[in-house]
Design a binder for this molecule. Structure first.
Ligand SMILES: Cc1cc2nc3c(=O)[nH]c(=O)nc-3n(C[C@H](O)[C@H](O)[C@H](O)COP(=O)(O)OP(=O)(O)OC[C@H]3O[C@@H](n4cnc5c(N)ncnc54)[C@H](O)[C@@H]3O)c2cc1C
Length: 443
């Protein structure tokens, strides 16, 4: 069986790379299983041959989570909606299902995901494994919607995990970086399909900070983009509405996909060719971003198309330190004249109880900084990361960061519980790679 699988569903010595292209590796094999049983067989083969396994979503992480010269298991071919339960308001998907496909399938049942980030190409398992989040202080990250999941362990055992069954694995496994096993199925809470009215407008940086509490409490989803070297920010507010859809598909595509991405690519090209223009470029963007109102079903509003490749670091900061932190960041950028031309994204997320969630036990702000994929991200990222850490920042697991076990263990109350569980479930370190060994301090 496994030999047939290798012949039909695995490629040998294949290069794997993430979306940005900053992480590449030559895997011994990349497997594309179609069934849970095939996944079990791959795990048993790895055990027999003493290979490591990294399970891949859609490669949309910036950190080195997938880097391995051993086995990669891609669940790309293991996808689809399994069932919906309208009494419990839950849906179950196979782990490799993309958020986009989950959204579309749910919409056919008049259902929708409760909150999302700003792209929809990640797999549901990949997104939740790193604590992917959207914005809205009333909502936790996407993993907080999980009701139960099925996981294949390092021994090839299939376990169902929920608050009542294998509860420790459930508590830890909702954000586990693929370190506890291969999740094959996820059940999560859903909402009735809903429309959002999205408003993008300009505001002053200082005024935005003084209005922050109001913006967060008066809007379902609030975030803002701060444009370096300009005192203007872009406010983005979304609220549920019963109003009619106000969105022209063709114009929307031209604006959101063609113009926005083309403009960003052009800006990256100009700023790369003429570095001295970077301040002007930022001010130009601050004055010319799209101010608009759109009304559409939620999944059409959350998701944006990102064609320009970039590198990103994002930190979770305790909400009460946000204002001081973003002001420090603004001064650091301006004083050091960092050569950057991406806005800084600021989002807000409710605290949760997932052991390795960056929002564990604290309402949080997330601050994300970006550089063009071809630009050097240091020393910008390095200095800003140190500043984030001075506020007890916790890195987004899927984005670039340099923190290792010595720092992380001091900033996660459940760190040792996670490590103990990982050791119990996978003493042979089957699901590890060099990046994770550094993160977990495994030598
Ligand atoms: C353009 C862009 C926009 C983004 N926007 C946001 C955003 O708005 N909000 C946000 O929070 N993040 C955002 N991210 C980050 C992204 O959501 C996360 O990095 C996410 O984990 C990527 O999902 P993926 O399916 O590509 O998984 P991958 O990057 O392939 O894998 C991520 C992790 O998930 C694990 N994993 C995958 N499948 C399984 C499985 N079946 N069982 C167990 N573990 C598994 C992997 O082992 C790995 O550790 C963005 C990234 C990009 C590139």
């Amino acid at each position: 069986m496994i030999d047939a699988l290798i012949k039909n569903m695995a490629t040998k010595g294949q290069k794997w790379s993430n979306w940005t292209g900053n992480v590449e590796c030559l895997a011994d094999h990349i497997f594309y299983p179609h069934t849970e049983q095939q996944i079990v067989e791959i795990v048993l083969k790895a055990k027999k041959e003493d290979k490591k396994i990294r399970v891949a979503g859609n490669g949309h992480s910036f950190s080195r989570l997938m880097e391995t010269n051993s086995f990669i298991v891609s669940l790309r071919a293991f996808n689809g909606l399994v069932s919906v339960d309208k009494d419990k308001m839950t849906a179950t998907v196979k782990a490799g299902t993309s958020i986009k496909n989950a959204n579309e399938a749910l919409f056919k049942h008049d259902l929708a995901m409760i909150n999302l980030g700003d792209i929809d190409v990640q797999s549901v398992a990949g997104a939740t494994a790193t604590g992917t989040h959207g914005t809205g202080i009333g909502f936790g990250n996407v993993s907080t919607e999980i009701v139960d999941f099925t996981i294949i362990t390092a021994e090839g055992e299939i376990l169902t995990c929920s608050k009542n069954e294998n509860s420790q694995i459930f508590e830890a496994g909702r954000v586990a970086l693929g370190a506890l096993g291969i999740i094959t199925q996820i059940t999560f809470k859903v909402d009735k399909a809903y429309k959002l009215e999205y408003i993008s407008s300009a505001a002053d940086f200082t005024e935005t900070l003084s209005e922050l509490k109001n913006y967060n409490s008066n809007n379902r989803n609030f975030e803002f983009y701060y444009f370096p070297y300009a005192d203007t920010v872009q406010l983005k507010k979304s609220n549920k509405t019963d109003k009619a859809v106000k969105y022209n598909k063709v114009l929307g595509y031209v604006n959101d996909v063609v113009i926005e991405n083309f403009a960003m690519q052009t800006i990256c090209n100009i700023a790369s060719a003429f570095p001295s223009t970077f301040k002007k470029v930022n001010r130009f963007m601050a004055n010319n971003f799209t101010k608009e109102t759109k009304i559409n079903y939620s999944h059409q509003i959350y998701a944006t198309v990102r064609n320009v490749r970039f590198k990103e670091m994002e930190y979770n900061i305790p909400l009460e330190h946000f204002e001081e932190c973003i002001c420090k960041l603004k001064s650091m950028i301006e004083e050091n004249e960092y050569y950057i031309f991406f806005p800084v994204e600021c989002r807000f997320v409710k605290g949760d109880d997932i052991w390795l969630s960056p929002a564990y036990a604290r309402d949080s702000a997330y601050i994300a900084v970006h550089v063009y994929s071809k630009s050097d991200h240091n020393p910008y990222f390095e200095e800003i990361e140190n500043m984030f850490c001075s506020f007890g920042g916790r890195p987004h697991w899927g984005k670039m960061h340099t923190r290792k076990a010595d720092y992380l263990s001091q900033n996660y109350e459940k760190w040792n519980d996670f490590l103990e569980l990982r050791e119990k479930m996978d003493p042979e370190r089957r699901f590890m790679n060099p990046h994770l060994q550094g993160v977990f301090g495994l030598g």
